[in-house]
Design a protein around this ligand. Structure first.
Ligand SMILES: NC(=O)c1ccc[n+]([C@@H]2O[C@H](COP(=O)([O-])OP(=O)(O)OC[C@H]3O[C@@H](n4cnc5c(N)ncnc54)[C@H](OP(=O)(O)O)[C@@H]3O)[C@@H](O)[C@H]2O)c1
Length: 331
């Protein structure tokens, strides 16, 4: 494992971070979500992962509880990142949300407290002082945002502070490269990538798009006829299938599992600090960790960029994976 500094903070975080949504939300991830959370979290710590990401909304707080319990006795070895959801972003609500997260996690501080999505319930000016107060009180160490586009970052960074922006980014979703990544770099924000494996699609485990569980095929890649989508657009299914096939062929040719190649590509991107990977099975976790040992090199990166470019162009600038340009929540 190797480590990078989180934005302008003094925290050194592992390039592969652990996503804890999977271990505490059986409604989304399926019944075996909580099969062995202590085992998988323990294996992650033993392998050198020191950044664990959760949120108050994952499983309605269950993810924080399960993670907190699994980290008992290991708390001093790791950094915990959690998030406040949109509804909590009022001056009174944010403090309550933070204290509830601390209780569920069984800890006295959250190392990185993130605003999960841009919000409108209150003005940013009302929220940033609450975060600063929580920091002064030692309840949170660093402030982060998530899903903030360039315009929101411009507003936020004028009045508040952040060390990171957590965004959806992977080889099948490169929209952040147009404007969002440059904006993060302008503000010295660490980029933490979620959905690095496109929820399993980039592991090559699905033979065809129809095999993907319904909740994992709701993004703009998929046709509006797919249950659960809300964008109403035709999608880019043929291009998605072709891209996946070409990526799988490339992975096979270089004898690297597609999941590992996908993570290595991601952590090689400029400004990228960590890929937050979800795994609820120890064998998946350990397999994915090979990405931290692999230097894909510029030639392979260029080829992967070329293969994924037509899909990047088709998906466009909109960094909201699920909504149309007009309804995008990311500005
Ligand atoms: N800020 C935000 O708005 C936001 C949004 C989404 C997620 N996140 C964060 O990102 C974390 C990662 O979750 P994600 O939704 O982004 O998904 P992801 O990491 O792209 O995919 C995780 C899923 O892929 C499958 N997988 C992982 N490794 C595999 C392997 N080696 N071979 C085959 N399949 C493999 C597993 O599915 P199975 O469990 O079914 O086997 C796993 O649950 C979350 O836990 C959360 O912390 C943040």
């Amino acid at each position: 494992m190797y480590y990078r500094t989180l934005g302008t903070s003094g925290l050194n975080v592992s390039v592969i971070a652990f996503g804890a949504w999977q271990i505490g939300d059986p409604d989304f991830w399926g019944a075996d979500a909580e099969a062995d959370p202590d085992g998988v979290v323990g294996a992650a710590v033993d392998a050198g992962i020191n950044l664990f990401d959760t949120a108050e909304v994952y499983g309605d707080g269950r993810s924080e509880e399960v993670l907190g319990k699994a980290l008992r006795g290991r708390r001093d070895k790791v950094y915990i990142a959690s998030k406040a959801f949109t509804e909590s972003c009022t001056p009174e609500g944010l403090r309550i949300a933070c204290e509830n997260s601390l209780r569920r996690l069984g800890t006295d501080h959250i190392d990185l407290y993130q605003i999960h999505w841009p919000f409108t319930a209150s003005a940013y000016e009302e929220i940033t002082p609450v975060l600063q107060a929580l920091k002064t009180e030692g309840k949170i160490r660093e402030i982060g945002v998530s899903n903030f586009g360039p315009e929101d970052l411009d507003t936020w960074m004028k009045i508040g502070a952040a060390v990171s922006n957590q965004i959806g980014y992977n080889m099948l979703f490169r929209a952040p490269e147009y404007e969002m990544l440059p904006a993060c770099r302008r503000y010295d924000l660490s980029i933490l990538a979620y959905m690095p494996l496109m929820q399993g699609l980039l592991s090559g485990r699905y033979r065809q798009l129809d095999d993907i569980p319904m909740k994992r095929r709701r993004s703009r890649h998929f046709a509006a006829s797919r249950e659960g989508t809300r964008h109403g657009e035709p999608g880019h299914e043929e291009l998605l299938s072709d891209t996946l096939e070409e990526l799988s062929d490339f992975a096979e040719a270089v004898h690297v599992p597609l999941a590992v190649l996908s993570l290595s590509w991601l952590i090689a991107q400029p400004g990228l600090t960590s890929a937050i990977v979800g795994a609820r099975k120890i064998n998946q976790l350990l397999a994915n960790l090979q990405a931290a040992e692999l230097d894909v090199g510029p030639a392979a990166i260029a080829q992967l960029n070329e293969i994924s470019y037509p899909l990047k162009r088709a998906m466009g600038y909109n960094c909201d994976m699920w909504e149309t340009d007009a309804n995008s929540r990311i500005h």
